[in-house]
Design a protein around this ligand. Structure first.
Ligand SMILES: [Zn+2]
Length: 102
């Protein structure tokens, strides 16, 4: 499995260092089985989220699913076609409200 991390994601990981360990554990789980996430809606369509703590979400895409759904034509996984199918892309991590605002 390939992984990519957005700048925003890395920044947030630093910012929320108190629960970094929990986040990293969840990242491992997502990489092992990217289908565990909840699909997001509206302008986050095509992305998935997994909670790392209460009201604290990791937001990612899985490019194999992007393609299947045609979600690569919409939204955030904009350079999806340059990615291999087996790629998990981490976009953001943070409190529910922050993630949805971005
Ligand atoms: Zn994609």
């Amino acid at each position: 499995m390939n992984e990519t991390y957005s700048e925003e994601f890395i920044k947030s990981l630093r910012r929320f260092s108190s629960i970094k360990k929990r986040i990293v554990n969840k990242i491992d789980k997502i990489i092992q089985g990217p289908l565990i996430g909840e699909p997001l809606k509206y302008d986050l369509r095509g992305l998935y989220s997994v909670p790392a703590a209460k009201n604290f979400l990791i937001v990612y895409s899985y490019c194999k699913i992007c393609r299947k759904k045609g979600d690569d034509k919409i939204l955030r996984c904009h350079d999806c076609t340059d990615m291999m199918d087996e790629t998990v892309r981490f976009f953001d991590v943070g409190p529910h409200d922050k993630v949805y605002k971005n």
